[in-house]
Design a binder for this molecule. Structure first.
Ligand code: KIV
Length: 293
């Protein structure tokens, strides 16, 4: 008899907060569709982010700016179907909350009700604090994101490390505090000096999740395709490729092409056969006969 399936309990927002109190690291990865979400979930990753980075790594846009709430929702629903355990967080894309708190609430509720998200992530510091408060008051768990915020590419002029001057470090400390006060349950710190990330992590009660922010954060997040080596561009310094899927898949695809061209695929073992008992009759009936129709 098959063993009884083990019920997997879903990670919750309070559990993520408790991790910090217990000094246990939090793991997070992006995923944008059913197979990647299943792989992430089955590996025991705590937080699965349907990030707007899908604009670049899956949809081929040159930044995260063009991706729409509709496109995000499509991917969120697919990813959600692959998850049993991880906390599913969905990114609010550029232009889906900029008209104000009402629009932010509307997009977030859509992601939760139609997409199955457990929580929402929003980029930006103090200027988002009011919006975050409204969302939290509406029972929407919110994750913050400061430092390098890719949706600000046109203002920043490039994807550069943030918080490297005393002034900008102090701005980021104030942003972090304002977001905690507004009620975010966790805060992504992207591409900031390790020392600054460590200080923010020490000062906040909520967990910090680093990406290019050094090892002292309460957790770490990477983009799935970076970790898997399924990218075509140069990777940032902080990315560690745990696999080289671009190379492996390229080799597999070239092998398939060569096998077909050279007649090595498929073999007889990879083919279906007419039942042996009727084969003679089959040949008699059809060989030499023109195609029907
Ligand atoms: O969209 C994304 O992938 C993100 C992570 C880099 C944190 O926001």
């Amino acid at each position: 008899m098959d063993p009884k399936p083990v019920a997997v309990s879903k990670i919750t927002v309070p559990q993520i907060l408790e991790r910090k109190l217990r000094g246990e690291k939090i793991t997070a990865l992006t995923a944008y569709d059913y197979p990647t979400a299943r792989l992430v979930d089955e590996a025991g990753i705590d937080i699965l982010l349907v990030g707007d980075s899908l604009a670049q790594v899956v949809l081929g846009y040159d930044s995260t700016v063009p991706v729409t709430a509709g496109e995000m929702l499509h991917h969120l629903r697919a990813a959600r179907r692959g998850v049993h355990r991880a906390l599913v967080v969905a990114d609010l894309p550029f232009g889906s909350y900029h008209l104000g708190e009402r629009e932010a609430l509307k997009t977030s509720l859509r992601f939760i009700k139609e997409g199955g998200a457990d929580a929402i992530k929003i980029e930006g510091g103090r200027k988002r604090a009011r919006m975050v408060r409204r969302m939290v008051n509406a029972e929407i768990p919110v994750m913050g994101h400061i430092g390098l915020t890719p949706q600000s590419i046109h203002r920043m002029g490039g994807y550069t490390v943030q918080g490297r001057t005393l002034e900008s470090a102090s701005e980021l400390l104030a942003d972090a505090q304002a977001l905690e006060d507004a009620g975010v349950f966790a805060l992504v710190l992207e591409a900031i000096p390790r020392e600054l990330a460590a200080m923010i992590t020490r000062r906040l009660r909520i967990p910090t999740i680093g990406i290019g922010a050094g090892p002292d954060c309460d957790g770490q997040i990477l983009v799935f395709h970076d970790l898997a080596g399924l990218t075509f561009e140069h990777s940032a310094k902080f990315v560690r490729h745990y696999a080289n899927l671009s190379r492996d898949l390229h080799e597999a695809l070239v092998q398939f092409r060569d096998d077909v061209v050279e007649g090595r695929y498929p073999t007889d073992e990879e083919s279906y056969h007419f039942p042996a008992a009727g084969l003679e009759q089959f040949e008699k009936e059809f060989s030499g006969r023109p195609m029907p129709g």
